[in-house]
Design a protein around this ligand. Sequence first.
Ligand SMILES: *[C@@H]1O[C@H](CO)[C@@H](O)[C@H](O)[C@H]1NC(C)=O
Ligand SMILES: *[C@@H]1O[C@H](CO)[C@@H](O)[C@H](O)[C@H]1NC(C)=O
Ligand SMILES: *[C@@H]1O[C@H](CO)[C@@H](O)[C@H](O)[C@H]1NC(C)=O
Length: 154
Amino acid sequence: MRSLILLCLSFFSPEGECDLLRDSVHVTSAAARPNNELWCYKCLADVPDDRCADLRHNNSALIHKCHNDRRMCMVKRFSFTTSTENSTTPPKMWALERNCTKHCEPGCIVIGERTKLYACTSCCTTSLCNYGSGAEQRIFDIFLIAATAMILSL
Ligand SMILES: *[C@@H]1O[C@H](CO)[C@@H](O)[C@H](O)[C@H]1NC(C)=O
Ligand SMILES: *[C@@H]1O[C@H](CO)[C@@H](O)[C@H](O)[C@H]1NC(C)=O
Ligand SMILES: *[C@@H]1O[C@H](CO)[C@@H](O)[C@H](O)[C@H]1NC(C)=O
């Protein structure tokens, strides 16, 4: 297990994607627990340098207990790109939400042509796991790497 996490850290530490990996290992035990002991970051950012968007600083005020059947933490990131005929701007964030949630579907919804709006959600199930930027969407790659790492460590 330790080598698995180290491997993950060496690949993904800047984006905080390791939690997806850790979560995939602990999903079963979390689902089997009757009491909801989950804590998530809960906040809404509407400017990129908001403390909700950047959780590196003291963020204890944003920590909330999840209740009832809201047993997942999520990050939802809203961003947009604009295109001319030859180029597309890098995605620009305009809002970010962190919360406890009951239903969570990871992935992005994209609308628009020249100006594209993105609403991207990432989900996780361990306490305070929703600290990422919400920009990482390579979940299936991560699972693949986890599987490879497990096989290699046998
Ligand atoms: C978190 O979710 C609850 C229940 O869905 C909602 O009422 C609340 O507004 C959300 N909080 C934020 C910061 O988005
Ligand atoms: C972080 O903020 C909380 C209140 O928001 C405060 O009680 C705590 O002492 C702060 N911790 C640090 C290390 O500054
Ligand atoms: C886009 O590229 C074409 C061909 O390279 C060029 O003729 C045109 O001026 C460019 N358009 C813009 C808006 O830069």
